[in-house]
Design a protein around this ligand. Structure first.
Ligand code: FES
Length: 90
């Protein structure tokens, strides 16, 4: 997995959320609810595909189609390149 904007790479297991893998690797993605509803963690995929641990994460159909994901409930289905994300300042 790669965060293009910050030139950061790390591994994410198929059964691990993108948020969990990022935090485990020291990448502090801004997050709040961690259940796919608040949208705080929303970021954009440049390439790759994800699966969701919840039926319908807090994204509109158009946002999903445009490549936006919620890392707190997304697990990788392929290599991911994320080009827009917000890192926590804490
Ligand atoms: S932290 Fe709330 S949707 Fe991801």
């Amino acid at each position: 997995m790669r965060f293009e904007q910050h030139d950061i790479e790390f591994q994410c297991a198929a059964n691990e959320t993108v948020l969990h893998a990022a935090l485990r690797s020291g990448v502090a993605i801004t997050a709040s609810c961690r259940n796919g509803t608040c949208r705080t963690c929303m970021c954009h995929l440049q390439s790759g595909q994800v699966n969701y641990q919840v039926e319908w994460p807090g994204l509109s159909f158009d946002e999903k189609a445009d490549g936006y994901i919620l890392p707190c409930v997304a697990t990788p289905l392929s290599e991911l390149i994320i080009d827009k994300l917000v890192l926590s300042s804490a």
